[in-house]
Ligand binder design. Structure first.
Ligand SMILES: C[S@@+](CC[C@H](N)C(=O)[O-])C[C@H]1O[C@@H](n2cnc3c(N)ncnc32)[C@H](O)[C@@H]1O
Length: 307
């Protein structure tokens, strides 16, 4: 299917912060290209601004190359890679790209894009029948189906508890083990059905679908989202120029907690960083009205300063 529209969250706030220290020929990095909204805004900030963007999703990349061409943004480098590889990319390419002294801004707009939920064949949504996949990079790695059919009961329960804060995690994990001993759990609907019946009858038709938390948890596990996030934040600081900023937009408390604690740990361990946001920046009421998906977003900044 065609790549669906994705409205960029907190775009003005990120652009405003990155504009402050921007000089001619500076380089900005968008580690989560998605539909390219933030990237396009960066590319249009200053004529000479160079932009490097990353995404690991083949659909985002395919759409992105066309989008950049259509919008005359061919000077943006769109890299097909997990953003955990950015420090390596930076070290290998910094002299060729003339960014030895670092980049002026890095954005991570975390999680999945609207496309992932809208394209039901990707298996992120329980709203359609699809193979249980949930990989952003669906060319490699372990899928949700592999985890659901292969992980031990304790591991499944841990995933649902830790990444989904699911109160019926133990019951759901036990039911999965029981059901998969008869036949593999293949599709989103198979799993939704199992979870639905683990919920007490009076809670099955509430405001939130019983599958919401377990599907979020599985998606986080499949894409190693929290593990990669905690590992990458400290490594990005050395790729920033003095006066360069790292911006992170998160969408749930598990992510925001990691961002907040990683920033605090960085300030404790090195004297060349400064947290710019004591409290996270959140979308305005008008942004939330325009784009309800932005309601849970939290934006935090840290800056590299002179020692
Ligand atoms: C919330 S969307 C970004 C939307 C984008 N800022 C925009 O304005 O359109 C997140 C994107 O980041 C990508 N992504 C998430 N984690 C990633 C990772 N570890 N490495 C590379 N890309 C990742 C996803 O594939 C998705 O396309």
């Amino acid at each position: 299917m065609e790549y669906t529209e994705h409205i960029s969250v907190l775009k003005e706030e990120v652009v405003e912060a990155f504009t402050e220290n921007l000089e001619e020929n500076d380089c900005l990095v968008d580690l989560t290209f998605g539909a390219g909204g933030h990237t396009a805004a960066f590319a249009n900030m200053e004529k000479s601004t160079r932009v490097i963007s990353f995404d690991q999703d083949p659909d985002a990349l395919e759409n992105g190359y066309v989008y950049l061409k259509k919008n005359n943004l061919e000077h943006v480098s769109l890299i097909d890679s997990n953003f955990e590889n950015f420090p390596k990319f930076f070290n290998e390419r910094k002299s060729e790209l003339l960014i030895e002294s670092g980049v002026k801004g890095i954005l991570m707009d975390l999680g999945v894009s609207s496309h992932h939920f809208d394209d039901r064949t990707r298996g992120f949504s329980f709203k359609g029948e699809a193979p249980l996949d949930m990989r952003m990079n669906n060319r490699e790695g372990v899928s949700a189906k592999d985890i659901v059919n292969g992980a031990e009961q304790e591991v499944l329960a841990m995933i649902f508890k830790d990444y989904g804060e699911e109160r019926f995690a133990d019951r759901i994990a036990a039911e999965i083990i029981d059901k998969r001993s008869a036949a593999p759990i293949e599709t989103t609907k198979d799993l939704e059905n199992i979870i639905f019946h683990c919920y007490p009858k009076k809670m099955r038709f509430g405001k939130t679908n019983p599958s919401t938390r377990c599907f979020q948890a599985l998606r986080i596990a499949v894409n190693r989202e929290l593990e990669i996030l905690s590992e990458i934040i400290p490594r990005l600081i050395d790729t920033l120029a003095i006066g360069g900023k790292l911006a992170v937009i998160s969408f749930h408390s598990l992510e925001d907690r990691i961002v907040k604690h990683s920033f605090k740990a960085l300030v404790k361990s090195r004297s060349d960083v400064k947290i710019l946001t004591k409290r996270p920046i959140i979308p305005s009421i008008s942004e939330i009205k325009l784009n309800p998906r932005s309601r849970s977003a939290k934006l935090r900044f840290i800056e590299r300063i002179l020692e």
